[in-house]
Design a protein around this ligand. Structure first.
Ligand SMILES: NC(=O)c1ccc[n+]([C@@H]2O[C@H](COP(=O)([O-])OP(=O)(O)OC[C@H]3O[C@@H](n4cnc5c(N)ncnc54)[C@H](O)[C@@H]3O)[C@@H](O)[C@H]2O)c1
Length: 388
């Protein structure tokens, strides 16, 4: 095979943007072989492209080698399992699944290593996060003691929530800001700082919007090695903040994106903090610091295009995936733990009980009396949603 025949399932806002990049020839050795959507009115935008109203038919058609799933979240699991079990390379939008138990089922369906299975964690292509990852892994900041991410600039209007019947409902989306906007941050957070061993969260469901799911979350994390973390997010704050701070024994990294300006600060302790506090005779002394210049080029990176190019190269050249879909269960589990803690007002230990959370979610769906208002007549340009 020297070309990947890609089928895109779900050609709404995000799937449509993926289709455009492929049609514009931006993904070498990849052709848009087919599209699929249950809303057949979208097909007119793709003259000459084979169109399906049922993903099962597309998967079995012989028209596609690979699929990109950009549907509402619950379908990621069912369509993903169907594609993988039929030997189709699969790239799934974030989150890979709504909850941990579904993510486990989806991952279990990937039993053939020749079939590539990737997730659209486009922010992993961002040179700044790659550099931060590099610095941590090389031990430049020493053992992580504390981290916090204030990611409150995911502002969304009521028009956004009204734009899809599935959005911000337990039955259609399975959550709010943690399941839709934050998977990127939670994926990066676990990639940089590891998995917490327990989570406690406060916040609110429909605090700022007429929705039934979480739109405001403040959480504290504990890590197996004693490190602590904090994560703050909302879709109701403007102007919001995007500031990640990771403090280690040997220094601190601060990455902030404010009004389009990106700034990474690396402050290095001349003597590790743990050593200094034991050996210094100065009661109020602090270690001397160096401000380290970290050269970074490449702006925001290739983002969605980079993940699609990497997926194609993994299929054709067997290069490693930037974001193997298996990694996606971690951001799902952290999101679920925060949702569960927020709603039950209890601390949640990880690994969490995926079946218990699934049962809880099913109860929320069964008991829901929320009446969703939908208005498709809103701006559909997905580009404004990326927050990069
Ligand atoms: N990576 C990113 O930066 C990013 C940005 C936005 C959205 N997303 C993700 O993309 C996915 C889609 O979000 P969106 O904003 O494009 O939503 P959307 O509502 O605009 O589009 C979803 C499309 O899927 C179609 N669909 C629904 N069920 C289907 C099914 N069973 N089979 C085929 N098509 C079906 C709908 O008709 C619709 O056209 C979500 O997972 C979302 O989280 C990712």
């Amino acid at each position: 095979m020297n070309k990947v025949r890609l089928g895109i399932i779900g050609i709404g806002g995000m799937g449509g943007a993926h289709a455009k990049e492929v049609l514009d020839g931006k993904v070498p050795r990849c052709e848009l072989a087919a599209i699929c959507d249950i809303d057949t009115s979208l097909f007119a935008k793709y003259p000459g492209i084979k169109a399906y109203d049922d993903s099962a038919k597309m998967i079995r058609s012989g028209d596609v080698d690979a699929v990109l799933i950009a549907t509402p979240h619950y379908d990621h699991t069912t369509i993903g399992i169907d594609a993988l079990q039929n030997g189709i390379h699969t790239l799934v939008e974030k989150p890979i699944s709504v909850h941990k138990a579904d993510a486990e089922k989806l991952i279990a369906a990937h039993d053939d290593p020749k079939i590539k299975f990737a997730a659209m964690f486009n922010q992993r292509t961002d040179p700044y996060y790659i550099k931060i990852h590099d610095l941590i892994k090389k031990g430049e900041i020493g053992k992580i003691q504390r981290s916090n991410w204030i990611i409150t600039n995911w502002f969304r209007t009521e028009a956004y929530y009204r734009s899809g019947g599935w959005r911000a409902t337990w039955a259609g989306e399975g959550g709010g800001v943690l399941v839709n906007q934050c998977p990127h941050n939670l994926d990066l957070y676990q990639w940089l700082c590891g998995m917490p061993s327990s989570v406690i969260a406060i916040g609110g469901l429909g605090k700022f919007h007429d929705i039934e799911v979480e739109d405001d979350v403040s959480a504290l994390f504990e890590y197996p090695d004693g490190a602590t973390g904090a994560f703050f997010t909302t879709t109701g704050e403007a102007p919001g903040t995007n500031r990640l701070e990771i403090a280690g024994d040997r220094g601190k990294l601060v990455f902030e994106i404010a009004r389009g300006v990106r700034k990474l600060e690396f402050i290095r302790n001349e003597v590790p903090a743990g050593e200094y506090l034991k050996t210094s005779s100065n009661r109020f002394g602090v270690p001397s610091i160096w401000n380290v210049e970290v050269p970074i080029s490449g702006g925001t990176g290739e983002q969605h295009l980079g993940i699609k190019k990497n997926f194609v190269a993994a299929i054709l050249d067997n290069v490693p995936l930037i974001a193997p879909a298996e990694d996606g269960i971690r951001s799902v589990e952290i999101a679920n733990a925060m949702q569960y803690s927020l709603m039950t007002k209890k601390r949640v230990d990880l690994p969490m009980d995926g079946a218990a959370y699934e049962a809880y979610l099913k109860q929320l769906i069964a008991k829901s009396t929320f009446k969703k208002v939908t208005d498709k007549n809103t701006d559909s340009n997905v580009g404004g949603s990326f927050n990069i």
